[in-house]
Unconditional design. Sequence first.
Length: 295
Amino acid sequence: MTIDMKSIHDSDRTLVMGVLNITEDSFSDGGLWLDPANAKAHGEAMMKDGADIIDIGAESTRPGVKRVSEEDEQNEQNRVLGAVDALIPEGAVLSIDTTRASVARMALEHGAQIINDVSGGQLDREVPHVVAEHAESLYIVQHWRGWLAGSAGDVPDANTSVYANGVVNDVYDELMKQVDDVLQAGVSPSQIIIDPGLGFSKPSVEHNFPLMVALERFNATGYPVLIGASRKRFVGAALADAGIDEPSMGSKDNATAAISALCAEYGVWAVRVHDVEKSRDAVAIGNAWRAFANV
């Protein structure tokens, strides 16, 4: 089945991207979907719940994690390939969450349609070239300064969350520089989606909420915008600030759904979430709200 990726890129409604982690140490569901059969079942369940895109992650990016070693890269490729080969026949639109060109190339050759590079092309400079070679694919360029801790060994990267000109200005300028580099590598503007990278080098509510308030500025670039707030630490911190003691995963999913509705009202391209069903309903309301606001 051929999927029109231009219509996905140019969607006039906010899409729901469901997270399918096939890592052993994801902060919320590590190890649950390692087996291809389990990954397929969970992917199909999310599609049934309303996911427009399934984002397959075989490389953990939780705070404090170290990058997958070269020796473990083959295991990452095998996990991704198993999930891709299981879900493509089901008509899935697949995004691959990877920072490695080898994984990106293999996934695209097996039918995946989107590369979600949390480093925005900085960890492996070949990733944008691989995307450029697959002109029908899409490329999510995320704002990136490095992991909050761990990417320099056991020493936290103390300066990655310092924004001298304010978080919105610095993230915007740095992200646009990343986009320029990707364009120079041959990626077409019609392939690019941008992501301000909530939670990445942005540990607090004060780092993340200003970026969501400034969504119109990111929309004004002309590039579709992806927002990934689901189950991140700042969501729990915001709930705690509101007086909710020890927020559960369920309450974080409820809060994420509220963020999803707001993002849809702002007209973002997609929200990346773990609980698809809750955000599906929230996005539907946000999409309807925006439609009436534009009448």
